[in-house]
Design a protein around this ligand. Structure first.
Ligand code: PLP
Length: 391
C-alpha cells in the first residue's frame, strides 16, 4: 500500500483519503510492519528471562539499541527505550530535577510540544524561563546569548523542528552556546528523525527524544538518548533498561522502529528532500498567489514536509479542515495533541499570530511517499472549499 494514498476506513464505507497529516502520525511502513510481525513471532521471549528464548530476545533488543544509536549518528550516548516521546520527556525532566537543587532554573522554548512544556512545569515549577520567539518562528538567539551569563540556566530545552510550523531551530548554534557555558540540552527531535539530518550528538551533554510513529514505525516505540551515566527512573518496579525504565520492553515495536528509520534514512541520503521541497514550494506559491493564503515562517529554514498557512477570511474560519475531510483530504488545524481545543495554539500565539488568524490556520504535512499530483489535488480541493465558504 502506498502510505500517501488510499486508506480503507472501517466506518462502513470505503473512503479514499489523501493523507496530509504525517506530523500527527504516519502510517506504518510495509518493511516495519513485516519486521514487527516477524519479531513478534520469532523473538517472543521476555528479554529479562534467563532461558535461551529470553536470551535470544535480549540479544535482539541490544542489536536494535546499537542499530538505533548508529542511525542517530550517536557513538557515545545511551538509548533508553520508552513507549512514547511524551514518556521520554516526562522521564527526562523527572531525572533532571533530581540532579539539581530546588532553586535550579532551566530554559525551555516557548513553542515546545506540550509534553515538554508540561513536564518542565511539573518538575521545575516556577523555575523555568520561556525562551522567546522571533516572528520568524525561530528562538531568539540574541536573547539567549545576552542572558546565559547572568541567568546561568541548568538546562536549555529547544525542539529540533516544530510540529505545527515545521520551522527548524538553530540547534547547532544552541549547542555551541551550551558547550561554551557547559549547559546540558534537551532536544525533542520527534519531527526531524527520519526526515532530515540530526545535530551532532557526541560533543556535548545532550538528551534527545524520538518516537517511531512519526517516521513510519509503530505506536508504542520511542526512546530517550542520554549522555552516559546514571539515570533516575520515573517508572520503577523492574530491572529493564539497566534499571532506567521498568517494564517489559516492546521488542517487536522497537525492532520495527529501527527498520523504519533505516528506510527513512536512506530517503534522506538519496537526496529526495529537495524534490519534495520543490513540490511544497510550488503548492505554497499557488495558495498564496491565487487563494490569498499566508504561509507561516516562509523565510525560515523549515522541514520539507510541513506547510502551516493562514487561510483567507471567510464567514466560517474553522470549517476548512472539516470541508477538506469531506472531500477526502486529511489535514490538521495545528498539533494533533491540541486539536479539539478552541484556543489558538501556544505556538501560533508565541509567534504573534492573532486569535482570528489562528482560527484559519491549517497544517499540511506530507511524507516521503507524497506525490506531486497529491499536492495539486489538495490545491484544487482548497480552491473549491474557498468558493464554498465564500458563497
Ligand atoms: N514532540 C513533538 C514535537 C510531537 O510532535 C509529538 C507528537 O505530536 C510529541 C513530542 C509526542 O510524541 P508521542 O506521540 O510519541 O508521545
Amino acid at each position: 500500500m502506498d502510505p500517501g494514498f488510499s486508506f480503507a476506513s472501517n466506518l462502513g464505507t470505503l473512503h479514499l483519503v489523501i493523507y496530509f497529516d504525517h506530523n500527527a502520525t504516519s502510517p506504518i511502513l510495509d518493511s516495519a510492519l513485516a519486521e514487527y510481525t516477524s519479531v513478534a513471532r520469532e523473538f517472543f521471549g521476555n528479554p529479562s528471562s534467563q532461558h535461551r528464548i529470553g536470551s535470544r530476545a535480549d540479544r535482539k533488543l541490544e542489536e536494535a539499541r546499537s542499530a538505533l544509536a548508529s542511525l542517530l549518528g550517536d557513538t557515545s550516548g545511551e538509548i533508553i527505550f520508552t513507549a512514547s516521546a511524551t514518556e521520554s520527556a516526562n522521564m527526562f525532566f523527572h531525572h533532571f530535577s533530581r540532579l539539581h537543587s530546588d532553586d535550579a532554573r532551566i530554559w525551555i522554548s516557548a513553542i515546545e510540544h506540550p509534553c515538554v512544556l508540561e513536564a518542565a512545569k511539573l518538575w521545575f515549577p516556577n523555575r523555568f524561563s520561556l525562551i522567546p520567539l522571533l516572528p520568524s518562528g525561530v528562538v531568539d538567539l540574541e536573547w539567549m546569548n545576552s542572558k546565559i551569563g547572568t541567568e546561568k540556566p541548568k538546562l536549555i530545552a529547544v525542539m529540533n523542528a516544530n510540529n505545527e510550523t515545521g520551522t527548524i531551530q538553530p540547534i547547532d548554534a544552541i549547542l555551541s552556546l551550551a558547550k561554551q557555558t557547559d549547559t546540558p540540552c534537551f532536544i525533542d527531535a520527534v519531527q526531524t528523525i527520519g526526515r532530515t539530518s540530526l545535530p551532532e550528538l557526541n560533543a556535548h551533554s545532550v538528551y534527545l527524544s524520538g518516537s517511531a510513529h512519526k517516521f513510519g514505525g509503530p505506536r508504542g516505540a520511542a526512546f530517550l538518548r542520554t549522555p552516559e551515566g546514571s539515570f533516575t527512573p520515573l517508572l520503577v518496579g523492574g530491572p529493564q533498561e539497566a534499571r532506567k525504565r521498568a517494564g517489559t520492553e516492546n521488542l517487536p515495536a522497537i525492532a520495527a522502529m529501527v527498520t523504519a528509520l533505516t528506510e527513512q534514512n536512506q530517503q534522506i541520503t538519496s537526496g529526495q528532500a529537495s524534490l519534495h521541497e520543490q513540490a511544497k514550494a510550488h503548492f505554497e506559491e499557488r495558495i498564496e498567489s491565487t487563494l490569498g493564503a499566508r504561509v507561516l515562517n516562509k523565510e525560515s529554514d523549515r522541514l520539507w514536509n510541513t506547510v502551516s498557512a493562514i487561510m483567507p477570511e471567510t464567514g466560517c474560519p474553522g470549517r476548512w479542515v472539516v470541508k477538506l475531510d469531506k472531500k477526502g483530504f486529511a489535514v490538521s488545524t495545528g498539533s494533533a495533541c491540541s486539536s479539539g481545543k478552541e484556543a489558538a495554539s501556544h505556538v501560533l500565539t508565541a509567534m504573534g499570530v492573532s486569535e482570528n488568524e489562528a482560527s484559519r490556520v491549517i497544517r499540511i504535512s506530507s511524507s516521503w511517499n507524497t506525490k506531486n499530483e497529491e499536492w495539486d489535488a489538495l490545491y484544487d480541493a482548497l480552491a473549491e472549499v474557498k468558493n464554498e465558504l465564500e458563497s
